[in-house]
Design a protein around this ligand. Structure first.
Ligand code: ZN
Length: 384
């Protein structure tokens, strides 16, 4: 059967689509989706300094509501293939487990939602509205020529999305544990303290930036940024690097640097964090420490999806299939949901994440079938 999720996943895993290689994965999806009646586009996006990336946008139906399944066919490298019990691009099944790179992150999610959509369509479920699949080959890489450009491309073609599910693995232990309804933001920066270089035997003629930098670091780590909020863990500042360029034993160095990253919740924005950092640093410096705060461009703001229509419908579908009501979580790192949230309400729900990016990445066939049933149940309810 064309819509068998096990078959689709095996076929996808056999495409070695390590970022940024397309590996045949999008060609395969294009043929499966075209055969089912989807209109499929395969835009390639480029940017100087990054690899060209192939993407896929498939759509069927017309008008509102316009629902999107989103994901990525690219995978992280397999590491030493000799360490795999079953080849990373074999798609072999043993003891109820389907093996291969991407089995859970996230070719498994794609196989499940493609299969659910094909089934739903073949049974005439789409009486009004639109279903689209938005698939990139650039999630595990720089994420420059992927979802962010594909969304812009689709918007310019006139597509207006009403809701999206990203099929990333979201469950810590068992299918039905958790839906991700938002993500913390991320901000990186460097504190640079300028001292004055000199001879260690004549410290009164020099200014040592190292104790000054530790004074600043102590001030930033002295108190928590916050205590968390209703849906988010506490924000967290971590120092990730210290550097002083000095190999001598008799020289007080001129400069010391500390790098940090902050994962922040919905009580902060990049701007309010910058103001917080500057005020704490100035307070600790008391006008006597010459420092500079250098924030990295990029990063991301936190976001929280509020759509009861999307979250409620998905939670109901999960409960109907698994008997469990999922937790609404905002933990973990970033994903392409951070781009989609600018276009429509978005949540993430997929497989159990335990083996993602590991040797012997694998999915229980039972879970793959159950996830397909959940997505199918969601479509039935969403388009009812
Ligand atoms: Zn992923």
């Amino acid at each position: 059967m064309a819509s068998d999720p096990i078959r689709i996943l095996q076929d996808l895993i056999r495409c070695p689509s390590v970022t940024p290689a397309e590996g045949g994965a999008l060609v395969y999806l294009e043929s499966v989706l075209t055969e089912a009646g989807f209109t499929v586009d395969r835009p390639v996006f480029t940017e100087a300094g990054t690899p060209d990336v192939e993407n896929l946008f498939a759509t069927i139906g017309s008008g509102a509501p316009h629902f999107v399944f989103a994901g990525h066919t690219d995978v992280v490298p397999p590491g030493d293939e000799a360490h795999w019990q079953h080849g990373p691009f074999s798609g072999e099944i043993a003891d109820g487990m389907l093996y291969g790179r991407g089995a859970v992150d996230m070719k498994g999610g794609i196989a499940a939602f493609a299969s659910a959509a094909l089934d739903f369509l073949s049974e005439g479920g789409l009486k009004q509205g639109t279903i689209s699949l938005l698939i990139t080959g650039d999630e595990e890489g720089p994420s420059v020529n992927g979802t962010v450009k594909l969304l812009d491309w689709a918007a310019k073609k006139g597509h207006r999305f009403d809701a999206a599910i990203v099929g990333e693995p979201t469950n810590p232990q068992a299918l039905g544990d958790a839906i991700k309804v938002g993500r913390r933001g991320s901000l990186s920066g460097t504190i640079i303290v300028q001292g004055r270089q000199g001879h260690v035997a004549y410290p009164h003629l020099a200014v040592n930036p190292i104790p000054q930098l530790t004074t600043l670091i102590r001030r930033l780590t002295a108190e928590a940024l916050d205590a968390g909020s209703e849906r988010f863990d506490a924000s967290n500042l971590e120092f990730v690097g210290l550097s002083v360029d000095n190999k001598a034993w008799n020289v007080i160095p001129a400069e010391a640097k500390a790098r940090f990253n902050i994962r922040f919740n919905d009580q902060w924005t990049r701007d309010t964090l910058e103001a917080w950092l500057i005020s704490r640093l100035e307070e600790a410096a008391r006008g006597a420490i010459e420092f500079e705060l250098d924030l990295e461009p990029g990063g991301s703001e936190s976001f929280l999806t509020h759509s009861e229509m999307l979250i409620g419908t998905l939670s109901d579908a999960i409960e109907q299939s698994t008997g469990r009501r999922p937790e609404l979580s905002t933990s973990g790192g970033t994903s392409d949901a951070r781009f989609i949230k600018d276009y429509c309400p978005v949540v993430e729900f997929g497989l159990v994440g335990q083996t993602m990016h590991q040797i012997d990445e694998r999915v229980a066939v039972e879970d793959l079938v159950a996830l397909t049933a959940i997505y199918r149940c969601f479509l039935d309810r969403y388009f009812a």
